[in-house]
Design a binder for this molecule. Structure first.
Ligand SMILES: Nc1ncnc2c1ncn2[C@@H]1O[C@H](COP(=O)(O)OP(=O)(O)OP(=O)(O)O)[C@@H](O)[C@H]1O
Ligand SMILES: [Mg+2]
Length: 364
């Protein structure tokens, strides 16, 4: 004995379309007993008119009908804006018709055997079709939620980038003001030593300011293009050196490379110190070439600053009590860098080698 179908969800409205009024009434009565609300239509156009009135949850549609047959009616239903699911009813075991109906968008099909368990099969096909609709809606809702979450995330990320850029702009402006103040203060004294100290301080602030400038003028808000950064920094240094007593004849060879802002600041400060030193000491009373290079070598990044001047004093820079030396060493330690002074036939060479990837504990 076939299992008794479970009762449908309350209020489910079925439209049964069949040109046989006797069968229509039979289906209406028997499905009604199972708990479905059933409307009937005896032709395709009548069925479509009933659907247009609304509140049809599912349609059971007969294949053989004079005039507009089941497949034509199915096509018309599927063309509606929000079509109800359709269970296709064929009068034969002909699988060709069933396949055509499924291809045309029917949710399921049932073979009409009035003396068999047609009503039972029909009711379970109706339940299946309604379940499909429920699942599709749940799926669409989940997708819509994912889309909305993604849109929200993208909007937040864009806002965050904008805020970061704005913040870097402000920090950059503030540092620019500090640099101007240091410049004014240097101009207010006759003492060359004080002027020198203030101009060095200005150079150090410039290395930090330039990182912020790069962060708000590029598309990247979390990394700095080292070649552009050092290029701009050294151009500034060259311009400010032209106003001072010493000049520099700078050449650069910097590999394009992105690094995080903190390490860019450390690198910029080191380059500033070494270039200022070369401009101050390498060519007493004149100027000569100073070369800055940065190269990626596998896992390492190597930076050099070289000149062809008088060379370091005996004992090298290690004996120096200058602030520059201390700053360079502190920044090199932040980068996890090795600091070397390779021998040169003439002049000074300083090499700084550090890992391309920041160590997790890095922070200024
Ligand atoms: N490229 C160079 N050529 C020749 N001598 C150099 C060069 N770089 C540094 N020196 C020498 O090393 C010394 C130490 O440099 P360091 O940068 O530590 O201090 P400083 O430049 O004297 O002071 P500060 O950096 O605080 O202005 C310098 O005084 C200078 O004698
Ligand atoms: Mg120095």
């Amino acid at each position: 004995m076939a299992a008794v179908p479970a009762a449908p969800a309350p209020g489910v409205r079925v439209l049964y379309i069949d040109d046989d009024p006797g069968l229509c009434r039979l289906v209406q009565r028997q499905l009604g007993r199972l708990g479905y609300g059933v409307d009937i239509a005896t032709s395709g156009p009548d069925g479509l008119a009933r659907i247009a009135l609304g509140e049809v949850d599912v349609v059971a549609l007969d294949h053989y009908m004079p005039g507009q047959d089941g497949l034509q009616t199915l096509a018309a239903i599927r063309a509606l804006a929000a079509p109800p699911p359709v269970v296709y009813v064929t009068g034969t075991q002909e699988s060709r018709v069933a396949v055509a109906a499924l291809k045309a968008g029917a949710a399921d099909y049932v073979v009409k055997e009035v003396h068999g368990d047609f009503i039972e099969l029909l009711s379970s096909a109706i339940d299946g079709a309604l379940e499909q609709v429920k699942m599709r809606r749940a799926h669409e809702q989940a997708e819509a939620e994912i889309r909305a979450a993604r849109d929200r995330f993208e909007a937040l990320a864009a806002e965050r980038a904008l805020l970061l850029r704005e913040m870097n702009h402000r920090v950059g402006n503030s540092l620019q003001i500090i640099m101007s103040l240091l410049h004014l203060q240097a101009g207010a004294t006759e003492n060359a030593e004080v002027q020198d100290a203030l101009s060095n301080a200005r150079g150090r602030v410039a290395a930090v300011a330039q990182v912020h400038r790069r962060l708000y003028t590029s598309d990247q808000v979390t990394t700095v293009a080292v070649d552009q950064y050092l290029g701009a920094l050294l151009e500034d240094l060259q311009i400010s050196a032209q106003h001072g007593e010493v000049g520099i004849d700078l050449s650069l060879a910097i590999d394009p490379l992105e690094i995080d802002p903190d390490r860019a600041v450390a690198l910029g400060v080191i380059v500033t110190e070494l270039v200022i030193n070369a401009s101050k000491y390498a060519y007493p009373g004149g100027k000569g070439p100073v070369h800055v290079a940065l190269e990626t070598r596998g896992e390492q990044i190597a930076l050099w600053v070289e000149d062809a001047g008088v060379g370091l004093p005996p004992g090298g820079i290690a004996l120096s009590t200058g602030l520059g030396n201390r700053i360079v060493r502190a920044m090199a330690a932040k980068l996890g860098a090795v600091l070397e002074f390779p021998e040169r036939p003439k002049g000074t060479s300083v090499r700084v080698t550090f890992p391309a990837q920041a160590t997790p504990a890095f922070g200024l």
